[in-house]
Ligand binder design. Structure first.
Ligand code: GLC
Length: 517
């Protein structure tokens, strides 16, 4: 088999607070994840990405790190993490951690030192500015969590810069000492056996010349074309390449043309800049989906490996965005496109966004006036008991989900979302055409799209994928109608294996994977 593991494989994101709680405090932990590895192995994923488990005051639930090289007691110990890595490796799976390089917690010893005086050793590890000429913040830059990106520090008489909460001061990546310390963090984890990182808001590391004055309503969109970013990406990549088989996945919210520059001209930057093209769609329709796929495939430089995402801890749940019937079609799309898919925990059982009353919101983004992200972070449901097999205590967020939304119930039901995910994952693993093969667009007709996946191996197989992205019947793209083969997976549970010949249309919400003759 050729290709790197992260090209053939599938990534599964775990939000550690919400996967399994082993000690009854209502918050998930590392032991709780270890207890659920059977599920991940059974489901047939390749790598587990953990949202941050480092020491943190949890102002942004771990995305405010107070020690990059230790585990927060809420989640367990460094030993627990070592054991989790060993367990995963024994089962043939990998572990990815979440590297948060743009900012630390204001409780990080570096920042505590930095704000102690203007001459402190770590002062210029962060970004400090004098007030504007007439007083007030140095410029109009806004934080992603609303309000000014500048916080006044009375003791030293300057403002510091924060792209997110004031409890998350931005590091100054133009400082070589910062870069050296941060790349050593990567080495620390690579030596412990971590297989790679998802890198948080990585395009924000370069701020542009002198933090030029402008109003930037959404920091995720800033600095897209900032050339200073690319040398930083190469520095991270050099470190990953000091070790075997490691992967760097970057969180970057930019349109395809800018996103793909993060592979690097010589493919010497990030292995996989996250592609949120499908996650960001406002309308889930054949036309928008097809355009997003084509635009991304077209923008990809030769040899750059694609990837796809349909859910994460920052966006509303897939089943809520597109509805249950279309969530099945979306799963088939995600797992048959060319490129590494990342699954979000709970999407495989069709978990929905939980609409929470304000009193129980925990997410600082929501509490500060933005959209709350709590509804997509609620605990995984393992069974249909009152506490869902998640905890023996009081869950940190409610467990509410429609009846039957749990692993135990869905596992034995061949018609369930979970069974569909597993069938697709197993097929994808077994068939080189589906994991490493080429992608060949067959276009769109009505609300349906079709494409082929073709193995490059001699005598390799070809698959046809036909997806109806709406709840009414649709004609098939003309190019698909003359193809013949056997239907191996269908989104419509009642359909058994059948021949695909002479079909000219798809039923509502029908998706088919067909092994061509
Ligand atoms: C990323 C994370 C998000 C976090 C933010 C600040 O966007 O995905 O959850 O709040 O960075 O670290």
């Amino acid at each position: 088999m050729s290709g790197q593991w992260w090209q053939r494989g599938v990534v599964y994101q775990v939000y550690p607070r919400s996967f399994g709680d082993s000690n009854g405090d209502g918050v998930g932990d590392l032991q709780g994840i270890r207890q659920r590895l059977d599920h991940l192995e059974w489901l047939d994923v390749d790598a587990v990405w953990l949202s941050p488990v480092f020491r943190s005051p949890m102002a942004d639930f771990g995305y405010d790190v107070a020690d990059y090289c230790d585990v927060d007691p809420l989640f367990g110990t460094l030993d627990d993490l070592d054991t989790l890595i060993a367990d995963l490796h024994r089962r043939g799976m990998r572990l990815l951690l979440d590297f948060v390089p743009n900012h630390t917690s204001d409780q990080y010893p570096w920042f505590i030192d930095a704000r102690s005086s203007r001459t402190a050793e770590h002062r210029d590890w962060y970004i400090w500015r004098d007030p504007a000429a007439g007083g007030g913040p140095p410029n109009a830059w806004q934080s992603a969590f609303l309000g000014s990106a500048w916080e006044w520090d009375g003791q030293t008489g300057q403002y510091y810069f924060h792209s997110f909460l004031k409890e998350q001061p931005d590091l100054d990546w133009t400082n070589p000492e910062v870069r050296a310390a941060m790349t050593d963090v990567l080495r620390f984890w690579f030596r412990r056996g971590v297989d790679g990182f998802r890198v948080d808001v990585v395009n924000l590391l370069a701020k542009g010349p002198e933090l030029a004055d402008a109003t930037h309503p959404d920091p995720h969109d800033r600095w897209g074309d900032e050339p200073a970013i690319h040398p930083l990406m190469r520095e991270l990549r050099v470190v990953a390449d000091e070790f075997d088989d490691r992967v760097l996945i970057g969180e970057i919210w930019l349109p395809p043309a800018e996103l793909v520059t993060f592979y690097g001209k010589e493919l010497d930057e990030l292995h996989l800049p996250f592609n949120f093209g499908l996650l960001e769609l406002e309308q889930w329709q054949a036309q928008t989906v097809h355009e997003a796929i084509v635009a991304y495939e077209k923008a990809l430089p030769p040899k750059a490996w694609p990837n796809w995402v349909l859910g994460n801890h920052d966006r509303r749940r897939l089943a809520t965005r597109v509805g249950h019937a279309q969530a099945r079609v979306a799963a088939m799309l995600l797992l048959t496109l060319r490129g590494t898919p990342t699954l979000y925990y709970g999407d495989e059982i069709g978990m929905v966004e939980v609409e929470l009353p304000r009193e129980v919101w925990r997410d600082p983004q929501g509490l500060r006036g933005g959209q709350t992200r709590d509804g997509c972070r609620t605990p995984m449901r393992w069974d249909d008991s009152a506490l869902a097999g998640f905890t023996t205590g009081t869950p940190w967020l409610p467990l509410d989900q429609p009846a039957g939304t749990d692993v135990a119930t869905r596992r034995d039901d061949p018609a369930s979302m979970l069974s569909l995910y597993r069938a697709l994952l197993r097929l994808r693993r077994a068939e080189p055409a589906l994991n490493l093969g080429d992608w060949h667009d067959l276009g769109r007709a009505g609300s349906a799209i079709a494409y082929m996946r073709i193995s490059g191996e001699p005598g390799g197989r070809r698959f046809l994928v036909c997806l109806n992205l709406a709840g009414e019947p649709s004609p098939l793209p003309e190019a698909a109608t003359s193809l013949r083969g056997e239907i191996v997976v269908s989104t419509l549970p009642t359909q058994g294996r059948a021949r695909f010949e002479g079909r000219r249309d798809l039923a509502a919400d029908e998706g088919l994977v067909i092994r061509l003759d």
